[in-house]
Write a protein that binds this ligand. Sequence first.
Ligand code: CP
Length: 318
Amino acid sequence: MNVHSTHTAANGSTHRHLLGIEDLSREDVFRILDRAMFYIENNRHQDKKHPILKGRTIINLFYENSTRTRTSFELAGKRLGADVINMTVASSSVKKGETLIDTAMTINAMHPDCIAMRHPESGACHLLAQKVNCSVINGGDGMHEHPTQALLDALTIMQHKGKIEGLQVAICGDILHSRVARSNIKLLNMLGAKVRIIAPPTLMPSCPESFGVEPFHDMRKGLKGCDIIIMLRLQLERMEGNFIPSVREYFHFWGLNEEKLSYAKPDALIMHPGPINRGVEIDSKLADDLNRSVILQQVEMGVAVRQAALEFLLHDHG
Ligand code: CP
């Protein structure tokens, strides 16, 4: 286990957290992915319970909208036998002005074992981890990281390609605002993939080479010979000002369609973290093409990976 994955909170307690990919060693990653494979099978049975976390309490604290991440943390916790509470921020005392720290201390007083948090500010999960006496999992913080998304993406790739090392992976679209891109770049680099990022100049971070990737501003050149294509949503909620001339023009240059896809390898997989915007970053027919698109399989992998991550943090101290 990587030393960074255990943090000492301000109150002196030490717990395992999953705040970013740096919290994991290569060994940790393979341990989580191996265990997730067990949960994939287990989740396909009628009886999905594997109650190793019986008696534990997990709180979902989501300050931003979510369908996949919040639901899969809830399912993951329940299938592991934990009690799972979904705190709906919109109907909580956050709306009366309670700060993140006061909310954290309030939840902490109820003795949870784990908090899975999503927050619009980068670094909010690190702050939470300093304040509470339990494990914290980052379910997406601003433009910073979304580590369980990267793990589920890696698991999806492993399921189809049997490996990650040496694969050519293209991440395309709004790289600038994407926490999914940041976590994926770190994890894919750690696992030996060759990562390209493809984006218009306005949506490309500055000094992209410093991320250990090959940047492209031309979709066809960037997709040439790729094994994996990860399309990203335009993160309109993080944009102040105009980053694209129009949605129509964005789709023309940066949207994935059959013609642009033909530059990738014939067996290239199409991935997308969701939610997808049909006709904006991806052609609707391609998104639904079960021979190429693994978008719904990513959702399935999300539950298994979150079960494995919860086990890793709360149960598996070997
Ligand atoms: N991929 C992802 O994080 O989806 P949600 O926003 O629905 O959780």
